[in-house]
Design a protein around this ligand. Structure first.
Ligand code: HEM
Length: 443
């Protein structure tokens, strides 16, 4: 019997987008900006940055009747929300923004899975305790030791298409590499990685988008399979812990089972397999698009690979893959001088904060040498700061190092139709077609 429902996870928000009036604040009529915020429109999905600029200038904290969210656009206001987890709870992080249809809810209720708040949506006290354990174990040594294997994987993918003179980089490389990397890190068999990534692929749209009924039902079924896979993975490690992150967590549990329950371990592994995939795929795709659209900076990276680590930070600032993230107010509060009521759902526009001139001079400019790029909000800020950031940075760096070294003549195919995943939070170009001259010897 499913415990998802009892715990309130993967439930529709009671006052979600289908009931926008429920959260409408008294005495705060919808503003012109609030009415103009259409986060699922093609124009916004294709390029939200002009809207972000307008929001920072005109009304940096506004109420959105379409979504039922209070929207926050300025860098410092976003940081102040992140830095106050008691007032601004992360509990909402994985709730579907669109109510589940009855058919999907029925599938959910029949699933034998026990989702509970874990890290990303945990309350401050338990989060602090668990984050210390799971975060401390995410050591630089564990990340660094898998670098050769990730590089070998990236090399293998490039070998497959290097002689072709053209590739669609998302499907031919960027989709799969992060899945393999997180599997290696956790200690799972990497030949299961792509299958598992597919199981999670509908989740972004179902939890953060406007899915149709078929997508919702399919996602719920996939979630059941993904949970079963995760449980098997953890159970095997409990029997025989390997020399990897999951093995480390099992050893900690054996030393002192009161640290966390086995079900909590299932939950964190389930979370990490999803958090570690799509985000990194999309950030790499957005980054390559930005670099190749700015030839001088791409050429510079090819000549000076020492700039790549900073280019990764600038990519994460300029066009990050989680461009908005959610919180919920636990009490009456204030953001940037605007009063928000207890229970207010809050949408932090990380992609807007990342281009705020007040934090990043000339913020709309892409500059791989930007000195303060690393202050971006792509990984959040404060208590819930992305635990996988070192791994994401490593993967993005290796992808850029290998592509600039082996295919420096790579260019964007002209006239592409840029498609983005239709969600409130994830931003990633779905296809990235590139070409190069095969007469130049491939390295
Ligand atoms: C470019 C890639 C990535 C981006 C943009 C990204 C972004 C984020 C963001 C915005 C948060 C929420 C922060 C908050 O609520 O304050 C987060 C949390 C988290 N991320 Fe990532 N992430 C990425 C890659 C990864 C990877 C590779 C992993 C896998 C290990 C991972 C694991 C997590 C976990 C476990 C949390 C929850 C941390 C906590 O609440 O304590 N992420 N990430």
């Amino acid at each position: 019997m499913s415990t998802i429902k009892q715990l309130g996870m993967f439930q529709s928000e009671p006052d979600g987008p289908d009931a926008p009036d429920a959260a409408a604040p008294e005495g705060c009529p919808a503003s012109a900006l609030g009415a103009a915020f259409e986060p699922f429109s093609d124009a916004y999905l294709a390029d939200p940055y002009p809207f972000f600029e307008r929001a920072r200038r005109e009304e940096p904290v506004f109420y959105s009747p379409e979504t039922g969210y209070w929207v926050v656009a300025r860098h410092d206001d976003i940081v102040s929300v992140f830095r106050d987890p008691k007032t601004f709870s992360a509990a909402l992080a994985r709730h579907p923004v669109t109510p589940l249809c009855p058919a999907a809810a029925k599938v959910r209720d029949g699933l034998d899975i026990a989702i509970e708040p874990s890290l990303v949506d945990e309350d401050p006290e338990t989060h602090l305790k668990h984050r210390k354990i799971f975060g401390d174990a995410f050591t630089p040594r564990r990340v660094a030791e898998i670098e050769p294997r990730i590089r070998a994987i990236v090399t293998r993918y490039i070998d497959r298409f290097a002689g072709d003179g053209e590739a669609e980089l998302v499907s031919q490389m960027l989709y799969e590499v992060p899945a393999l990397a997180i599997f290696i890190f956790l200690g799972a068999r990497d030949d299961d990685a792509v299958f598992v990534k597919r199981l999670g692929s509908a989740r972004a749209v179902v939890n953060w988008g406007r899915p149709d009924e078929d997508q919702q039902v399919a996602m719920m079924k996939d979630m059941g399979e993904h949970w079963a896979f995760t449980k098997e993975l953890v159970d095997a490690a409990l029997e025989d812990p390997g020399d990897n992150y999951l093995g480390d967590m099992v050893r900690l549990h054996r030393e002192d089972p009161s640290r966390f329950t086995v079900n909590y371990l299932y939950n964190v592994m389930f979370l990490m397999q999803f958090a570690g995939h799509e985000t990194t795929t999309q950030a790499s795709a957005n980054g390559l698009k930005a670099l190749l659209a700015d030839r001088a900076q791409w050429d510079r990276l090819c000549r000076e690979p020492g700039l790549i680590a900073n280019a990764v930070e600038e990519i994460l600032r300029f066009d990050t893959s989680i461009f908005a993230w959610r919180r919920i107010a636990t009490r009456d509060a204030e953001i940037g001088g605007v009063a928000v009521p207890a229970g207010a759902k809050i949408l932090l526009l990380l992609g807007s904060g990342n281009r705020d001139d007040a934090a990043f001079p000339d913020g709309e400019r892409f500059d791989i040498e930007r000195a303060d790029a690393k202050r971006h909000l792509a990984f959040g800020n404060g208590a819930h700061f992305c635990m996988g950031a070192p791994l994401a940075r490593l993967e993005m760096r290796i992808v850029l190092e290998e592509l600039t070294r082996r295919l420096p003549g790579m260019r964007l195919v002209e006239g592409q139709d840029w498609q983005y995943v239709p969600t409130l939070t994830f931003r990633g170009v779905q296809k990235l077609r590139v070409a190069w001259d095969t007469e130049t010897p491939v390295r």
